[in-house]
Design a binder for this molecule. Structure first.
Ligand SMILES: Cc1cc2nc3c(=O)[nH]c(=O)nc-3n(C[C@H](O)[C@H](O)[C@H](O)COP(=O)(O)OP(=O)(O)OC[C@H]3O[C@@H](n4cnc5c(N)ncnc54)[C@H](O)[C@@H]3O)c2cc1C
Length: 748
């Protein structure tokens, strides 16, 4: 018995004829309606009776909703690999991850040459396909740096740019037969796609054996490779096909027919019956083997096949095999294809040993229980924008909450998962005329920001994000899932709003949003040569401005003869353009203006999400901050000196005050309720930066944890002044006595 353990897939193989061009499209739609998983088309671009396969695939993708699409198989000689990779990725993106790449080495060479295509490759079909697969995968690997160079027998690529990355991991299935080709399947492909009518008895067994051996030789697990089969309608009954599934490990059957009734019966009768029969046999085989994996490789539900190469990258101290099955399916390890996308954060390149991606609050608690049993550090990640970079690690476990990303708006109440971003929250609130101030960047995650503060573009008018949190649900260190609000666990509710990362893993938050129509968003770029005067004028204007006005000022050190620059991003929190102009105009006089514009636009447009993946590659971050009542001459001199000294490339000054200071400092663990500005500075060289910041700190008071990388214990007294830290420590002893959450500014 050979069973590679894949879920069964049923598809159709339709003629792309153009005599009635609407027919193949209608048959593809019928395939979808009949419940089939896949629709495929042959690709013979030299054949005038056929529609062009790419055009047809794109059209079908747009005319269907669920079904996957593939060439069966695409003609490599006529489709240069860089272009093919971009087309495949584009169609995958446009179709919502529904494209798979069936690929062939080409046939009918006379016809290919007749249409001006290449001559039969002197390098040979195997080399061409092998090189093409490497190039295609490199193009899709958009997170890697640098262009692509290849000096193969067939393809010479000179610095092709990478990207786009497909929406999902597109499988490459090869429609090949010869032994060298089959070895290539084992070494590089995701699937083998032969056609039954062209096979001789024993070909499938022989083919599988070659593929399995080549896969093992390449450090792969043969179960990574799906075996597909094109079949004719006269061999499409359960009795015909069951042996192929059980003996030959075929897990995808693709029916070559353009008969609507045959397609309907295939989808509605044969496919479910065959699925059931295979499930029955697999179960029996499992029982025969006493619950152990069957010899042919029966795969347990949720089990991910990992190659020996990937297994060798596992880190010490993690009992990978003890992972509960529910978490296993979505977990990512070094060596997995998804690993580059989940290892790092916005600020920091990480190398965790395991990334768990729970999909429910219960799974979060399970992940936490598992992590607690391991001897490695634990990081908690929502959006991955933590400035301290502690939502990844080296060799530890990351609990990544990206799948908890729901947003539900009911009246003015919004319930959000920690894994979504504030840009998406703003988008969801906008249709109801609502908003929630978060920060200056839409990709920042909900979980990290809403447990720390939230100094955003509407902060002076509406206060911090945490000031609008009405409830949180979280998994505690001991595994309990609790709710914290003004009535239930009020002490925990107090602590979560400012020091949330210390007390548990937040799995949902409820916030009260507020009415905000369009806002006026002004951008002004100044020559900041006279930095001190600029700061004094800007600071005074901002302090005196109505609370509708919030301004963030970013100062950039001058470079190679050019003066320092300052950019003010200022939001007037309603659509009254006259009032906005009145309040904004004085800001044009704080320094020579190099560029300026102001626009009336929805708040959501200012923090639109980019959904960028964090591929890392950045150095360890160095950022410090503090608060100021006023921008005093001494502070301004210190800021100007920092920029001059090259200790820092930029300094940001964000207005706070306003509604932030209307809240009692005792109401939450965020106690900075009297200052008007937050000043943060980023560094390169550690020693030089420390000198600059130690000087500046003398004029500052307090600290916002979200803009800090200095993990020295004394910083906690700045972040949580006086009684706040004492109370937090008392609560930490109750809710996390063993200091499970010890990676990001532990308060113990
Ligand atoms: C480009 C950029 C711009 C920013 N602009 C602003 C701004 O204008 N205003 C502002 O206030 N902040 C701003 N920040 C800072 C931001 O608010 C914090 O870094 C915040 O922690 C990011 O949240 P996250 O979920 O993306 O972070 P993550 O990196 O996922 O998490 C950061 C930390 O928060 C804790 N945490 C995360 N999720 C949870 C959870 N579900 N339960 C409990 N603890 C959790 C963990 O300790 C984790 O290490 C900015 C950051 C960046 C990178």
């Amino acid at each position: 018995m050979a069973d590679y353990g894949h879920d069964l897939v049923f598809g159709t193989f339709l003629a792309p004829q153009n005599a009635k061009a609407e027919v193949p499209v209608a048959l593809a739609q019928l395939s979808e309606r009949a419940g089939l998983d896949l629709v495929t088309f042959q690709d013979h671009p030299y054949q005038p009776a056929f529609l062009d396969a790419w055009t047809l695939l794109s059209y079908v993708a747009a005319s269907t909703e669920r079904i996957k699409i593939s060439g069966n198989v695409l003609n490599l000689p006529l489709r240069p690999p860089v272009l093919l990779a971009r087309q495949a990725a584009s169609l995958d993106l446009l179709s919502g991850g529904r494209f798979e790449l069936g690929l062939g080495a080409g046939a009918f060479w006379d016809a290919i040459e007749a249409m001006g295509g290449p001559r039969r490759s002197p390098a040979g079909a195997v080399a061409s396909l092998g090189e093409a697969i490497d190039i295609i995968r490199a193009i899709w690997d958009a997170g890697q740096r640098g262009g692509i160079f290849a000096d193969g027998k067939q393809y010479r690529i000179r610095g092709a740019k990478r990207g786009p990355e497909p929406a999902h991991e597109v499988s490459i299935w090869l429609g090949v037969l010869g032994p060298r080709m089959l070895r290539l399947v084992g070494e590089k492909a995701d699937g083998w796609l032969p056609s039954l009518p062209y096979l001789k008895p024993g070909d499938l067994e022989r083919g599988n054996a070659i593929i399995d051996e080549a896969a093992a030789g390449a450090g792969r697990d043969p179960r990574e490779i799906r075996r597909l089969l094109n079949i004719a309608p006269d061999k499409a009954t359960v009795e015909d096909l069951l042996p192929f599934a059980l003996r030959n490990g075929i897990s995808a059957f693709i029916l070559a027919s353009d008969d609507p009734r045959a397609i309907q019966a295939w989808g509605e009768e044969v496919a479910p019956a065959l699925r059931e029969a295979v499930a029955r046999e697999r179960k029996a085989a499992r029982l025969d083997f006493g619950g152990e994996r069957a010899a042919g490789g029966e795969r347990a539900a949720g089990e991910v096949v990992r190659s020996p190469k990937a297994l060798a990258l596992r880190r010490d101290g993690i009992a990978y095999d003890a992972l509960p099955p529910r978490l296993k399916a979505a977990a990512v390890e070094p060596g997995d294809k998804a690993y580059p996308k989940v290892r790092s954060t916005y600020m920091r390149t990480g190398a965790p040993g395991l990334v768990l991606r729970p999909g429910t609050a219960t799974e979060v608690a399970e992940a936490l229980a598992f992590a607690r049993q391991q001897r490695v550090p634990l990081a908690v990640r929502s959006g991955g924008h933590g400035i301290s970079g502690r939502s990844t690690n080296d060799g530890g476990i990351v609990i990544d909450l990206g799948r908890l990303n729901s947003i539900e708006v009911t009246g003015t109440r919004v319930r959000v998962g920690p894994g979504t971003s504030w840009g998406h929250v703003a988008e969801s609130l906008a249709p109801s005329g609502l908003a929630m101030s978060s920060g200056d960047y839409g990709d920042v995650g909900v979980g990290g920001l809403a447990t720390a503060g939230g100094i955003g573009f509407l902060v002076r008018k509406f206060g911090l994000t945490i000031d609008h949190v009405t409830a949180a649900e979280l998994a505690l260190a001991d595994g309990r899932i609790v709710r914290a609000d003004a009535g239930q666990n009020p002490d925990l509710f107090w602590a979560l709003r400012g020091a949330g990362g210390n007390f548990g893993i937040v799995t949902a938050l409820e916030l009260d949003a507020y009415q905000v129509s369009d806002v006026v968003f002004a951008q002004m770029l100044y020559d900041a040569s006279d930095t001190v005067a600029l700061l004094e004028r800007w600071g005074k204007l901002v302090e005196a401005a109505p609370q509708e006005l919030t301004s963030f000022l970013y100062l950039f050190a001058g470079r190679a003869g050019s003066p320092p620059l300052a950019q003010a991003l200022t939001v007037w929190a309603d659509a009254d353009a006259d009032a906005a102009v009145k309040a904004l105009t004085p800001l044009l006089s704080v320094a020579p203006v190099l560029e300026q514009q102001a626009r009336l636009l929805p708040y959501a447009a200012i923090v639109a999400p980019n959904d960028a993946t964090h591929y890392g590659g950045q150095v360890d971050p160095l950022i410090s901050n503090g608060f100021a009542m006023h921008l005093t001459p001494e502070l301004n001199e210190g800021i100007a000196a920092g920029l001059r000294s090259a200790a820092t490339p930029w300094i940001a000054i964000r207005a706070v005050g306003g509604a932030v200071n209307d809240v009692d400092p005792q109401d939450s663990a965020y106690a900075h309720r009297h200052q008007n500005f937050n000043v943060s500075s980023v560094g390169g060289d550690a020693a030089r930066f420390r000198g600059h910041w130690d000087e500046l700190r003398r004029y500052l008071d307090g600290l916002y944890l979200s803009f800090e990388t200095d993990q020295r214990p004394q910083r906690l007294h700045d972040a949580f002044p006086g009684r706040t830290l004492t109370r937090l420590r008392e609560l930490k002893a109750v809710y996390d006595p063993e200091n499970v959450f010890d990676q990001n500014f532990p308060i113990t």
